[in-house]
Every structure is written in C-alpha cells, then in structure tokens.
Design a protein around this ligand. Sequence first.
Ligand SMILES: *Cc1c(COP(=O)(O)O)cnc(C)c1O
Length: 373
Amino acid sequence: MTIRVWDYLPEYEKERDDVLDAVRTVFASGRLILGESVLGFEREFAARHGLAHCVGVDNGTNAVALGLQALGVGPGDEVVTVSNTAAPTVIAIDAVGATPVFVDVHESDHLMDTGLLEAAVTERTKALLPVHLYGQCVDMAAVRSVADRHGLVVLEDCAQAHGARHHGRPAGTMGDAAAFSFYPTKVLGAYGDAGAVVTDDPEVERALRRLRYYGMEEVYYVVRTPGHNSRLDEVQAEILRRKLTRLDAYVEGRRDVARRYAEGLGDLVSPDGLRLPVTTEGNEHVHYVYVVRHPERDTIIERLREHDIHLNISYPWPVHTMSGFAHLGIERGSLPVTEALAGEIFSLPMYPHLPREHQERVITVLRKVLDEL
Ligand SMILES: *Cc1c(COP(=O)(O)O)cnc(C)c1O
C-alpha cells in the first residue's frame, strides 16, 4: 500500500459525474473565456464571504500579485510578511516590484508574530501581507491596528484558509482584499490552476478586472495601464462553483482526519519530541496541511519511506534562505523561530477523502518508528 500526503483520485472517483458534467456544460455553452461560469463563481464566492466583489484569476500567485497592485503597491514599496510561507507569497511581492520584509513567527502555531510588525514598519512600508498558514488565521486585530496606525493596506493570503474563521469572521474578510489559490491540493481545489481576489472596495475590484485583462476596461478595449493576462478559466470556474457547495463537507472531512491524528498520537507529545498542530484561541482551523514537529525529522521521514509512506515538508527552506532571494541580504539567524521550525517540521497525509486504512497505517508505523528512535 503506497501512501501519499495528498491524492485527488479518491475525490474524483466520488465526484466524477459532477466534474465531467461541469466540463460538458462549459464546452456546450458557446463561450469559453469569461462567460457565465466565471461570473457565477465570482458571485457565489463573494456571497459566501459576505463581500461585494470577487475577481477570478489564473492562480494564487497572481491573486497575491494583482491584489497588491490593485491596492496600490508597486516599485519601491515594502511589504511586510513572513518567510515561513509558500514561496509564491514572496514571488508575488517581487513580481510587482516591491521589496519583501520578513517578521518571525510564533513557536506555537507557526503564524506571523504580530508583536514584531511595528518594528518592521519603515517609511517605505505600504502593505502588510499576513499568511493564514496551514488553515488558521493570523491575529488580525493586531495586524489591523498596526496598519491603521501607519496608514498601510492589508492583503490576506488565504491560499490555505478557505472556510477558516477567526473570532467568527471568515478568512478573507478582515483585510482590504484577500487572495485565494484553488491549486488542486488546496481546501477548495480546482482540476488545474485557478485563483481569486475578494474585496468590498469597488475601486479595488475595478482595478483587478482591468489588471487581469491586459489592462483594459472590458467595454472599450483600451489599455488604461498595462496589465496582464490572468483570467480565470471557464472550465475551472464551473468545477469550482460545484465544489464550493461542498466546501463545508471538505472542511468537516479534514477536521475528522485531524481529530483521528490527535487521538492516535496525542499521548506521544512532548516538548523535546513529537509536537502536533495547535489551534490558537479564536480560530476555527480547516487543516489544509497537518504539520507536526520532531527534532529527528529527517530520520523519521526516511524510515516511513521504507514503509512506502511518503510525507513532505511545508516548508523545508525559509524563503529568505533561498538563493533566489540572496539579493535581499537577509542573514541566516535573523528569523530564529522560522529557521528552527524548517529543520524539524513535516506533514502527515491530510485530505478529506484520505482512506481510513491509510491513516491508521500512518499512525501505527509512525508510533513504531518513534519508539525505535
Ligand atoms: C499555494 C499558495 C500560493 C500560490 O498559489 P498558486 O495557485 O499555486 O499560484 C500562495 N500562497 C500560499 C500561502 C500558498 O499556499
């Protein structure tokens, strides 16, 4: 039995008729680009968040980049975020010509340490970019208060947090705009690349529609400011519309998996051994990934691989240590918690249709491996 950290085929088996019907619907509609399915998904995704606007884009990286641009971020500006994130968060900052500035994360939940924001703000700071990592939200009251004090805009990176709530509010409704990815592994995943930006601000919405469409206002076919081609595809939008009606069930499935890990491994937790994910007060976690921690991470992963269990790491290299960001001149040691975590974290299989027997085997083998260390 080969066990992977994620696999879409069990879901496809269950939902195949609906997915294929979505494809047929679009192909028969007579409109393949920016048609009814994109409009419908945008309306339904905005409504789900209680927001006025959603603009579909081609992927999550461009959702962050266009979100920043639409909020007025550009060359010369600084954007404060974390290094413990998926590289695309930072790629998007770079893509708009801005400079990323990193703050460290909390040891407990691995999320942005908002107590460090104030000291990271300079005269060039334009935006704060909190990342709701692993499926739970950053302390947004703290983010907002720093933003308000310094006149900054806030873009939430919600690529891992579809359906999450923070003190009762949905992820994506607490900034000036929020970027989502629908990459297939995500809590709401397409069957290919897709993304979206949500906002309540009509000016931001208008800018986003222009930026994803070469920089044109759709009616006049005149480029206002040079933009991009970052349209959400009709087929992906139609699949996402249908999957959106099942989002709560996907989240429940993930919570069941998380509960079973906590039951099966909870007794092994110790401060210098295995540590399981912690849900921070006020958060309703959606468990995009199930990140655990152990000082002998590399040995554990290797031993599990010998049992045909293939885990991965979200993320093994903090962004500021990557060669592609050497020009930022951020020294190793400057983000101690982020750097320590990167050497010890790893992810257990997590997706709503994870077969029961796979999960039971992961728990059994992991217990054995830990016992033999
Ligand atoms: C997945 C992800 C992205 C990028 O999304 P893509 O659709 O892969 O471009 C951005 N930020 C975070 C935190 C992510 O997890």
